[in-house]
Ligand binder design. Structure first.
Ligand code: PEP
Ligand code: MG
Length: 580
């Protein structure tokens, strides 16, 4: 088979040599078997029950859809009405019953066959409206099959060793299910460098290439493959010569990583003695081994929303407390900053019954959702307050835009504390500090007022860049325009950092630039001394900082802040990193 080279965006370094595993996010494994004549009635009843349950799920979605505004509610309303009709004694239902009876097959297989049959019929009619409904019919079929099997969607089971996941798209929730012990790398067509899928890949230490050409070179499960996460290259069916080259590249990468590992216990201190704090961003407690191996000085960002993904129910207070406690205890006295639920945008959790609105990046998400559904915030606040007895903990609010949100969240924290005390819990005094993410341009511009209400700031440059430049961070087609070095973004970072320094509250950066050694000098020069990043990047950033001089970095930042052209700033940054 001929070697195929695909070029994309390298978003997580490293070289992997493995076997392709094609993953289609809408894939459901359908069990198929024959049944005995005596089992027909029971099988039909099992299907009727599943159809009823699916109908109830759709009804609750309809309920929520009614709370949306304008065209989204209308569009979604039509779709859900159509689902209800299909589920209510329709041709689909009758067709499945008939297949169970005549073909004597299990209900899942009957649903799959009937859906295929209806979809083919629609496609053959050559009507664009009906053709567009095929996706809806298939979606409904998947919903029914999942209800029948009683299984939450669990991809990536029984993967070959060294599997390289190749997909059109991997959602952040999918990525959270990957076991780095089995998976060697990921490569997809969709997704930007700052998408949460890319971030997860970096956290898991998996080489990753996104933004590959459509069709993924026709690669099939079982093909040999090489992924070069630094160069953004994927080679399908590599020749012996290519394999030999990449084996060398992989050995070199691993040697470098081992060498960086020796920095683990050294401080992140500049040549002129300025000490910085390097902490880790995590999504799940399972990342703690790599956090400790990297020598992180704490967790600067625990993205608690990942606790809500890949499940049908919501994690309760006790469950969240237990998971957070694992993290806090393993850090043995080092601080942990837990961010309250930040779902929305590319991070969806169907357990929350979320329906993406007309513009999910600007919709009911993050702290807005927590305040709109107070029971969610109450549960999280109670879990965090309880866990604060086991080690230093801070509470971080995502996507804050106004002071009111901080005040309301503080009230929620205090109310949760009162309720816990009334129930006999002991809580730390004072209560954990409450900080805000500075990641909306409006928040950065009102940083001076927010600083009077927040105990600390954490600057989220991923969203700050996205919202300042109106560039979707997860969209590979505009990834070349996504630029944290745009002077507008840098000015917002500087303004927020200065406001925090004036108010004498701590300020750090937890966006992806914190973990990129190229930005270390600039952030240091802007007065940022706390950085939080994917654990795997800590050694590289530490190495860079230990070679820097604070005074020089300040001079450099001053020079950069006088520029108005992003391209000139990039050039200056490259020069600085080459020469200093
Ligand atoms: C950010 O926006 O910079 C950030 C750290 O949060 P997240 O990447 O989870 O949106
Ligand atoms: Mg963010």
């Amino acid at each position: 088979m001929a070697e195929i080279v695909l070029e994309g965006m390298g978003v997580s370094r490293g070289v992997a040599i493995g076997i392709v595993h094609r993953h289609d996010s809408d894939h459901v494994t359908v069990p198929e078997f024959c049944i005995l004549p005596g089992q027909i009635e029971a099988e039909k009843a099992r299907f009727s029950k599943a159809a009823l349950e699916a109908g109830q799920q759709v009804a609750s979605l309809q309920e929520k859809a009614r709370t949306l505004d304008g065209s989204a509610a209308e569009e979604l309303g039509y779709l859900l009405d159509a689902y209800q009709q299909m589920l209510g004694g329709s041709r689909l239902i009758r067709g499945v019953h008939r297949r169970i009876e005549t073909e004597k097959i299990n209900a899942e297989a009957a649903v799959q066959h009937e859906i295929d049959h209806i979809a083919r019929g629609f496609e053959a009619m050559g009507d664009s409206y009906l053709a567009a409904r095929v996706a809806d019919i298939r979606d409904l079929g998947r919903r029914l099959i999942r209800t029948l099997t009683g299984k939450t969607y669990r991809p990536f089971q029984s993967l070959p060793r060294n599997a390289v996941i190749l997909a059109e798209e991997l959602t952040p929730a999918d990525t959270a299910l990957l076991d780095p012990g089995h998976v060697a790398a990921i490569a997809t067509q969709w997704g930007g460098a700052e998408s949460h899928t890319a971030i997860m890949a970096r956290s898991l230490g998996l080489p990753a290439v996104l933004g590959l050409p459509a069709g993924l070179g026709g690669a099939q499960s079982g093909d040999g493959v090489v992924v070069d996460g630094a160069k953004g290259r994927v080679v399908i069916n590599p020749t012996a010569e290519t394999l030999a080259l990449y084996r060398q590249a992989r050995a070199k990468f691993l040697r470098e990583r081992r060498a960086l590992g020796r920095l683990r216990d050294l401080p992140a201190e500049t040549r002129d003695g300025i000490r910085l704090t390097l902490q880790a961003n995590i999504e799940l407690p399972s990342e703690m081994d790599s956090v400790l191996a990297a020598g992180a000085e704490g967790i600067g960002l625990f993205r608690s929303e990942f606790l809500y993904m890949n499940r049908d129910d919501l994690p309760g207070e006790d469950e969240q407390y237990a998971l957070m406690r694992q993290v806090v205890e393993r850090l043995d006295g080092r601080p942990v900053t837990i961010r309250t639920l930040d779902v929305g945008g590319d991070k969806l959790a169907h357990s929350l019954g979320m329906i993406p609105g007309p513009n999910p990046a600007l919709g009911l998400r993050a702290v807005r959702l927590s305040l709109a559904r107070p029971e969610l915030l109450q549960t999280q606040m109670a879990a965090i307050l309880r866990v604060a007895l086991h080690g230093p903990v801070r509470i971080l609010l995502p996507m804050v835009a106004t002071i009111d949100e901080v005040v309301a969240a503080r009230n929620a924290r205090d109310a949760a504390a009162c309720a816990l005390k009334a129930a006999g819990h002991t809580l730390p005094e004072p209560l954990p500090p409450l900080g805000v993410m500075i990641e909306i341009p409006g928040a950065a511009l009102s940083a001076d007022s927010l600083a009077r209400h927040a105990d600390f700031f954490s600057i989220g440059t991923n969203d700050l860049t996205q919202y300042t430049l109106a560039i979707d961070r997860a969209d590979e087609s505009v990834a070349h325009l996504y630029n944290p070095l745009h002077p507008a973004v840098l000015r917002l970072i500087q303004f927020a950092a200065e406001a925090a320094n004036r108010a004498r509250i701590p300020v750090g950066v937890c966006g992806e630039i914190a973990g990129d050694p190229r930005y270390a000098g600039l952030l240091l020069g802007l007065g940022i001394h706390d950085l939080s990043m994917s654990a795997t990047n800590i050694p590289m950033v530490k190495k860079r900082l230990r070679g820097l001089d604070h005074a020089q970095a300040r001079g450099f930042a001053f020079q950069v802040m006088n520029q108005s052209d992003p391209a000139r700033i990039s050039t200056l940054l490259e020069e600085f990193n080459r020469t200093v």
